[in-house]
Design a protein around this ligand. Structure first.
Ligand SMILES: [Zn+2]
Length: 324
């Protein structure tokens, strides 16, 4: 019947002719699975790498960032829903930029790396893979900012050309993934471990949504899992929620909740725990895990001071985990 099955992500969508997958952008054209946003980003910016957020990857550098429409999750709190919850034909802005053009822009802007970001790069997988491969040939680095909802085989293939990722862990709770995000937790945990196995620099973002995933007992369990399965050196960013999309009834995350989350993670034994989307407190800075020396001082997305010497602490010579 000319149906196609997309085996990129755990949804395994069966797509009828003329139809699209759950992500809205992977379509069946006459029995052929086509990624409709290939070479057609809807957002293109030069950002500080700290905005991804990546705090242990070329700090203070700029990163060429692009996104297409579409996402394979449907988080009710999506902070980028105008981009993620639509298909390419509904966008006001679509650029024509084949992979070669992205490399050209990146070199022109003198960015050392490219981020596939804002919405969900998994759904524009072929575009990411081809652009990343070309980028590597030009000595550029690649960064995937993702929810990590992808099957093992395509992920391992992508890891060959990825240098770093910031992956969301949206909750440590299957029910939350099912009810709030339209996905499931287990594949995300698998993706996190694959990034580590494949040597891709990993940082994790956890958006703290009041009443829905701010239970400290669960957060402690998650931190223990990160410690045992991924290691103490993986940076964890607790990010502030702002009322958005279908969750406008909830308040922004109180600052003290974020501070408590950070304390729980540090008590469990994680070395680098940050607070995001709020400026002006200690949770933005990087400290030496060995002697507590302040290594990188930040304000918002700006690096105000970087005291690392080739990735080492100037006081005790400890080599900080990351890409420097
Ligand atoms: Zn030190």
């Amino acid at each position: 019947m000319n149906q196609v099955i997309c085996d990129l992500c755990p949804h395994y969508c069966t797509i009828p002719p003329g139809g699209a997958g759950d992500c809205r952008v992977r379509v069946n054209l006459g029995g052929r699975l086509v990624a409709s946003t290939f070479g057609r980003p809807s957002a293109v910016h030069v950002d500080p790498v700290e905005k991804k957020p990546l705090f242990h990857f070329l700090p203070g550098s700029t990163i060429f960032s692009l996104a297409t429409a579409g996402c394979n999750l449907h988080c009710r709190f999506c902070q980028n829903w105008q981009l993620s919850q639509r298909d390419g034909t509904q966008m006001e802005q679509v650029f024509h930029a084949p992979p070669q053009q992205i490399i050209h822009y990146t070199l022109q802007e003198k960015c050392p790396s490219i981020a596939y970001t804002y919405s969900e790069p998994i759904v524009f997988y072929e575009y990411v893979l081809e652009t990343s491969t070309l980028a590597r040939e030009k000595g550029l680095k690649n960064v995937l900012v993702t929810a990590g909802y992808i099957n093992e085989k395509p992920l391992r293939q992508l890891c060959r050309v990825m240098d770093a990722t910031n992956t969301d862990l949206k909750a440590f709770d299957e029910g939350f993934y099912r009810d709030i995000c339209g996905a499931s937790l287990k594949p995300v945990l698998q993706a996190l471990t694959i990034f580590r196995q494949e040597g891709v620099w990993l940082e994790i973002t956890y958006l703290v949504v009041p009443t829905l995933n701010d239970d400290l007992v669960r957060i402690r369990a998650m931190c223990k899992w990160i410690l045992s399965e991924l290691g103490a050196e993986v940076p964890l960013h607790f990010s502030r929620f702002h009322p958005m999309y279908r969750l406008q009834n909830l308040p922004p995350t109180p600052e003290e909740t974020l501070i408590k989350c950070r304390q729980v993670a540090k008590d469990v034994g994680l070395h680098h725990v940050y607070i995001g989307n709020i400026s002006g407190q200690q949770g933005e800075n990087t400290f030496c895990p060995q002697d507590g020396t302040l290594l990188i001082r930040r304000f918002g997305h700006a690096v105000q001071e970087n005291r690392l010497k080739q990735g080492r602490c100037p006081t005790c010579d400890h080599l900080l985990a990351g890409v420097w």
